[in-house]
Design a protein around this ligand. Structure first.
Ligand code: FAD
Length: 400
């Protein structure tokens, strides 16, 4: 009898955790982890933080050592999976080889949304998703270089902070009326706006980019109002799209990501999915959600590993996220969608630490905690357990 084989496509946070988790849950057969970045699975969050700011090398980003995979008998394959044949239970790789599977897990993540405007292909226009992307940005980033960042979300603002640390001139262009508009309350946006301006970043809101102009290399960014902004480098951070092409071509159910149930199973019982590529119904929010965060990639991967090994585990954890900008650690508990009230602890117009609590019908549903780790832990527990909150108590600083 041949030994069963688990094949995992995508070797990043979800894939690496899933491979380790399957072994931990007792899978005795083969585990093959296929990735197309030609690097050991590495941590992505430092790309816009320590790695971009030249504070660590690529080796320090590895999630686990090569030795770990060898000891756990996890075979790493450097290839792109091009298709899935569900009838034959095999995948076809860019190497031309086919690989059969008993269980298949899709951890294909997400890719940056591209700018589709004139000049978007000029040299000096970058995206920031992989270590290779950052190496290219760093190749262009010497002190005094003028960088225009398109997008004032977390990636754009973290990138701005890291490039200021390297001595570059940084302008952030945000099409919305404020930075972080999609994800935070106006008070939190105003706080980050103030901090970045104080660090020397130029922030332009309501700034829609219409064209990138240059001869081969980027020279200026043209806004919808006709204004031109000189630029030696442009970095685009306008969100991501899930990598669902493989799953879609294989006929799996897709809805803003590969649809999974609370045991990480796709519409094919032999195929699971986890991480940025997957979307699932979250009972807490009453809707299908695709999360883009390391903690949820890790949790979904652990659940998928348990499911592969026929152990009961479900995706239940509260979503959480973090962002580092300058000396500020922002920790976010829960999703604030549908909030109807905000309670502040601390003064975001003056302090460098504060918390913004989001309530809906009097219940705490999310919190943005800046340099307030105790507020964050309190919020996670309170939201998870649906505990009642007292507004006056919320206003008290827990970590001052
Ligand atoms: P990914 O990390 O996208 O990995 C998917 C992998 O699959 C990639 O290596 C891809 O090349 C590979 N792949 C895709 N298709 C194929 C194929 N057909 N064959 C082979 N391989 C394939 N999250 C946080 O929680 N906190 C943060 O502070 C934070 N900061 C971030 C900063 C940056 C710059 C970025 C880009 C992301 C950040 N995130 C952060 C988000 C976090 O990194 C992602 O949520 C996480 O990487 C998701 O992991 P994943 O394994 O699902 O997907």
């Amino acid at each position: 009898m041949t030994s069963p084989r688990a094949v995992i496509v995508g070797a990043s946070h979800a894939g690496a955790q899933l491979a380790a988790g399957v072994r931990q849950e007792g899978w005795t057969g083969e585990i093959v982890l296929i990735g197309d970045e030609s690097l050991l699975p590495y941590q992505r969050p430092p790309l816009s933080k320590a790695y971009l700011a030249d504070k660590c090398g690529v080796d320090e980003l590895a999630i686990r050592s090569a030795d770990f995979y060898a000891k756990q008998r996890i075979q790493l394959v450097d290839a792109t999976v091009q298709s899935i044949d569900r009838a034959a239970n095999h995948v076809v790789m860019s190497t031309g080889d086919t690989l059969s599977y008993d269980k298949l897990a899709l951890c294909t993540g997400a890719r940056p949304r591209r700018l589709s405007i004139p000049g978007a292909d000029l040299a000096g226009v970058h995206y920031l998703r992989t270590a290779t992307d950052v190496n290219m940005i760093r190749g262009d980033a010497s002190p005094g270089v003028r960088v225009v960042i398109v997008g004032g979300g977390y990636i754009g603002l973290e990138t701005a902070a890291s490039l200021r640390a390297l001595g570059l001139e940084v302008t952030v262009l945000e099409a919305a009326a404020r930075v972080l508009e999609r994800v935070t309350a106006p008070e939190v946006s105003a706080f980050f706006d103030r901090i970045h301006r104080a660090e020397g970043v130029t922030i332009r809101t309501g700034a829609a980019v219409e064209a990138l102009v240059g001869d081969e290399r980027i020279r200026e960014v043209v806004l919808a109002n006709g204004e031109s902004i000189p630029a030696d480098v442009v970095i685009v951070g306008i969100g991501v799209e899930p990598n669902t092409d493989l799953a879609s071509a294989a006929g799996l159910h897709i809805d803003n990501g590969v649809v999974i149930d609370d045991q990480a199973r796709t519409s094919d019982p032999d195929i699971l999915a986890a991480g940025d590529c997957a979307s699932h119904d979250m009972a807490r929010y009453g809707r299908r959600i695709r999360l883009e965060s390391v903690p949820s990639a890790g949790e979904q991967a652990k659940v998928a590993a348990a499911t592969i090994c026929e152990k009961p585990k479900q995706i239940t954890a509260l979503p959480w996220f973090w962002s580092d900008q300058y000396d500020l650690k922002l920790q976010i508990a829960g999703l604030n969608t549908g909030y109807d009230e905000v309670v502040l602890s601390g003064d975001p117009t003056r302090d460098r630490d504060f918390s913004c609590f989001y309530l809906r019908a009097g219940e705490l549903i999310a919190a943005d905690c800046i340099k307030r780790p105790r507020d964050f832990m309190f919020s996670k527990r309170t939201i998870t357990q649906h505990l009642a909150v007292d507004r006056t108590e919320l206003q008290l600083a827990r970590s001052a």
